[in-house]
Design a protein around this ligand. Structure first.
Ligand SMILES: [Zn+2]
Length: 326
């Protein structure tokens, strides 16, 4: 049996296909950087990654564009055998283009519904704030994002988290936003342990009290923290290729997730920024199988972790679990 797949960590802008990006860039008369090809951007370094990500913000300019990106990604994911995708969505990137919060989530939500009707794939949305310089980022904007989610509830908006540069500012300064998100019943998540060390992961656990750790790569090499994550059954999203590209781990073979997964780490997988990391979710599961030796039943348990993460409501999670059983 082929294991049904789930992608619990993918940033919507970076889920765009090279084809759609070329199309939208041509429409907006925007030049693409040297090295951009049918497989996506050419990885150079973190600096150009940030520049290229900003370019995505110039290309994906309307709520309809966001919907088109989501529908396209879900269609491709379904064709690869995926039964569920949670999109990480940054409302502030929409605000930069004058897109209102309600219009953004409605457009992406409609795309999720359309993909489900066409392909049977489930979807949900995790809102994210971003750690970066500028007026659209930081702790105050994080609070504003949660306030929008509370003021304009949407059935598919189930999560709130923080992404961006983990070394930029103090993770603890986002605590008020996370408190508000928890009070609103949102599942909370944080990018951490991406080169800033174990301290980011500990802050995410003990200060922000998140439900899901995104990456936590630095902690996966620390036996004490891994023991804690396993005993507390904390869900960690692992995106192996991303960590190799950004240089958090030197090679795929040396990824600290493999021993942690074998030790019982509760994980789900993600593609993170596929237009940059040139990876899809089927390949990601393939990497996990190749490097851990885990069998299909164990791989299916990671899909189950995604379905039961709380980012789907009970009814949708049950629908996904039904597919997983067969
Ligand atoms: Zn990410």
């Amino acid at each position: 049996m082929v294991t049904p797949l789930a992608d619990l960590h993918v940033h919507l802008e970076a889920a765009i296909s090279a084809e759609l990006l070329v199309q939208l860039a041509a429409h907006g008369d925007i030049a693409l950087p040297a090295g951009f090809g049918p497989e996506g951007f050419t990885w150079r370094d973190l600096g150009t990654f940030i520049e290229d990500y900003e370019l995505l913000g110039q290309v994906i300019k309307t709520a309809d564009d966001y919907g088109a990106v989501a529908l396209d990604y879900l269609s491709r994911a379904a064709a690869l055998g995926s039964i569920y995708v949670d999109f990480i969505l940054s409302p502030a990137h929409g605000w930069m283009n004058g897109i209102r919060y309600g219009d953004l989530v409605n457009a992406v939500g409609a795309a999720v519904d359309e993909a489900r009707a066409a392909h049977g794939i489930l979807g949900s949305l995790s809102l994210t704030a971003v750690r970066a310089p500028g007026a659209f980022f930081g702790p105050e904007i994080a609070r504003r994002i949660v306030a929008e989610a509370v003021a304009r509830p949407h059935r598919l908006v189930r999560g709130f988290g923080i992404a961006g540069d983990t070394g930029f500012d103090d993770l603890a300064s986002y605590a008020p936003a996370f408190q508000a998100a928890r009070a609103a019943g949102l599942v909370t998540r944080a990018h951490c342990g991406e080169g800033e060390g174990v301290k980011g992961v500990i802050a995410a656990l003990d200060v922000l009290r998140v439900d899901i750790l995104d990456h936590a790569t630095d902690a996966l090499a620390d036996p004490v923290v891994v023991k804690r994550l396993v005993s507390e059954q904390r869900l960690v999203t692992v995106c192996p290729m991303a960590h190799v590209f950004v240089g958090v781990v030197p090679t795929l073979a040396a990824h600290p997730a493999w021993p942690a997964l074998r030790a019982g780490l509760k994980a789900a997988f993600g593609t993170d920024d596929p237009i940059f990391f040139r990876v899809d979710i089927a390949e990601t599961y393939g990497q996990v199988a190749a490097h851990t030796g885990l069998q299909p039943a164990a791989l299916a348990s990671f899909t189950r972790n995604a379905l039961t993460s709380g980012l789907l409501d009970e009814k949708d999670a049950a629908a996904g679990l039904c597919v997983l059983k067969f």
